[in-house]
Design a protein. Sequence first.
Length: 200
Amino acid sequence: MEFSEVVRRRRMIRHYSDKPLPSEVTERILASALRAPSAGFSQGWAFLALTDPADRARFWPFVPTRVEKTPTMQDAPLVVVPLAHKAAYLERYAEPDKGWEDRAEARWPAPYWHIDTGMAALLMLLTAVDEGLGACFFGIAPEHLQLFRTEFGVPEEYDPIGGITVGYRAEDVPEQSGRIAERRRGVEDVVHRGQWGRHT
């Protein structure tokens, strides 16, 4: 599939069949995340991959809104939780070639550990499309994070940025609302050329 087609087809898919994924497909999706850019090549991320049905069943109580609103998300054969590791960035930028020995978080104009982990998540979403699959990124509410960490043994220094489901689309997936196309902002609305407010 051409890359432009992958980008065009990417949607948040919330309805899956329970058809299992071939293990090699799962591995390609996970490996694609490692190609994401990271500041200073810090690679401050980790990924909790849940493929066993029992492990996935342990996950869903931590996202009750998703279970309530879109229960067929639980049929997805792959759930990935991307985890951002801030300390990897602070340590990397304290090395001699960077020189921020104080490890001050205030030096960072934005939390790159979250940004880079988000880029890794996007690569998994795009790889899923390229494999002919559906995928969805969704949040985990703050009130569930500590229980999630405890359940899966996630260290405190790793921050879950959300969850990703991947699988085959259910055959009876509802049609995308026409309002999505109506609401999609165009290039002329969001790209400012040379000066804020200049769109041409």
